[in-house]
Design a protein around this ligand. Structure first.
Ligand code: SF4
Length: 319
């Protein structure tokens, strides 16, 4: 490859990365704004596992912290669960180099899980419960007002599918919620961000990833099935995941069947026309995937983030 071709290629890659970075910052800014995730004076505890999602979350929140007129603190927390082979030096070295305030919490949940769960059984549920309890305790000790987790848009769609397929519930992961002990607000600023963008971003940033299979537990099989199914749909029908995520934001209780959300018993014909009413006798209307445009095409018009004096980070120039 000639020097000129190399330079052109490097420029192209940088341009493409700039677009990606802008898109991720934009989606995070938008989620923060829509759900009022960050307010003036917040102390945000960012849970850092050493995976691509949490590194990306920390990186983008630090960017927003720099440009926001409101003040909020960030403290990164990693829970070292004493899994065999956990590379203890990686996160402290990275966080020190980046100048991030951090705490590493050492708790041997690995041994507890091994002791309590018979070999061959799934260990994730006890492990997660122990981890959650420890992180809540640490958040209180650190005076954190919010706990930020790195779940993204694809996690939310997967969880919706999991709950529908195996749990009989229309339920996903909310972008913001109160912890089950009632003491903390949990936020998911990557709620609008695509996993494939995070993968590319993490690769480009060369984050020192810690492998997630150190515990030796089998990957959650049901989640893997759903993940593979969604990936296949994404290839076959571009836009389907976007549409499913939009569905999470457009709930129509009168067109579902939960009598606790809509008073079906009191329904009576009132003689008024209703454009959004019954379509029971119509042909079903397929989602128009042909209208879907990959967000990568839209980057030139993509917005920029700014935070206003109320503490809300606003995203400008969005299409
Ligand atoms: S995969 Fe391993 S570390 Fe993760 S929740 Fe399951 S048991 Fe715990």
């Amino acid at each position: 490859m000639s020097a000129a071709t190399k330079t052109a290629e490097a420029k192209k890659q940088q341009y493409s990365f700039n677009k990606l970075q802008k898109r991720i910052r934009r989606t995070v800014g938008q989620a923060i704004q829509d759900f009022n995730m960050i307010e003036d004076g917040d102390r945000i505890m960012v849970c850092l596992s050493g995976g691509k999602d949490s590194y990306t979350l920390l990186d983008v929140l630090r960017f927003l912290q720099r440009i926001a007129p409101v003040k909020f603190d960030i403290i990164a927390v990693n829970l070292d669960q004493k899994q065999p082979g956990f590379p203890e030096h990686i996160l402290p070295e990275y966080l020190t180099r980046e100048g991030v305030d951090f705490r590493i919490i050492e708790e041997d949940t690995y041994s507890i899980v091994r002791e309590k769960i018979p070999a061959g059984k799934t260990t994730c549920s006890l492990c997660s419960r122990l981890r959650r309890g420890i992180l809540y305790r640490v958040a209180s000790e650190l005076g954190a007002t919010k706990i930020a987790l790195g779940h993204h848009r694809d996690d939310m769609v997967e969880t919706l599918m999991l709950n529908m397929f195996y749990g009989g519930k229309m339920k996903s992961m909310p972008p913001k919620l109160v912890s089950d002990n009632g003491k903390h607000v949990i936020i998911r600023p990557l709620a609008y961000t695509r996993e494939k963008d995070i993968v590319k971003y993490s690769d480009h940033m060369d984050f020192p990833i810690i492998p997630c299979n150190l515990c030796g537990s089998q990957e959650n099989l049901q989640r893997k099935v759903i993940k593979d199914m969604l990936k296949q749909w994404d290839r076959q029908f571009p836009g389907r995941i976007e549409s499913m995520f939009s569905a999470l934001q457009n709930i129509v209780p009168s067109h579902l069947a939960d009598a606790s959300l809509f008073d079906f018993k009191s329904i009576a014909a009132d003689g008024m026309e209703n454009a959004n009413g019954d379509t029971a006798f119509d042909h079903s209307t397929p989602t128009d995937f042909l209208n879907y445009r990959d967000e990568e095409d839209d980057d030139d018009a993509a917005g920029s983030e700014q935070a206003d004096s109320s503490g809300v980070i606003r995203v400008l120039n969005l299409n």
